[in-house]
Ligand binder design. Structure first.
Ligand code: FES
Length: 147
């Protein structure tokens, strides 16, 4: 059911953990399965992603896709990181079973949410990046109704 690469990243996840004082943090959740993923980005003054870590409370495919996604964005600049879509992550893993495709979306959304956090803190715009839909805040912020 799973490719060797998926199994490898699931059993030996790369870049698991957290970054203190990260340049950008994004947390997203999947309403259907309840799984949660958080991505931390350390971005330097040239907008290069120097380090990236993730934490995932989720299924094996979510762990594998977060692991692969962090490998793919590391060393890239913030615009190149936008090209790390769930499709790119799935391709890098040699595919996922159809019922697990939504898990890879979580990785893309978490990266976007972390980039959004970085962009907001630095008052910049990243082309093609829009406000994350499912960013989860940890209680210290009031949820604003925007619509
Ligand atoms: Fe929820 Fe995979 S089943 S992320």
């Amino acid at each position: 059911m799973y490719t060797e690469k998926v199994m490898d990243h699931f059993q030996h996840p790369r870049n698991m953990g957290e970054i203190e004082n990260a340049s950008g943090v994004g947390t997203v959740g999947n309403a259907k399965c309840g799984d949660i993923m958080r991505i931390y980005l350390d971005i330097d003054e040239n907008q290069i992603i120097q380090d990236v870590k993730f934490k995932t409370f989720g299924c094996g495919a979510a762990v594998a896709t977060s692991s692969m996604a962090t490998e793919l964005v590391k060393g890239k600049n913030i615009r190149e990181a936008m090209e790390v879509t769930n499709k790119a992550v799935m391709e890098a893993l040699d595919g996922l079973p159809p019922v697990k495709v939504h898990c890879s979306l979580l990785a893309e959304e978490a990266i976007h949410a972390a980039l959004w956090d970085y962009a907001e803190k630095h008052d910049i715009k990243i082309e093609g990046l829009s406000k994350p839909k499912s960013d989860i805040h940890e209680g210290e912020e009031e949820e604003e109704e925007e619509y």
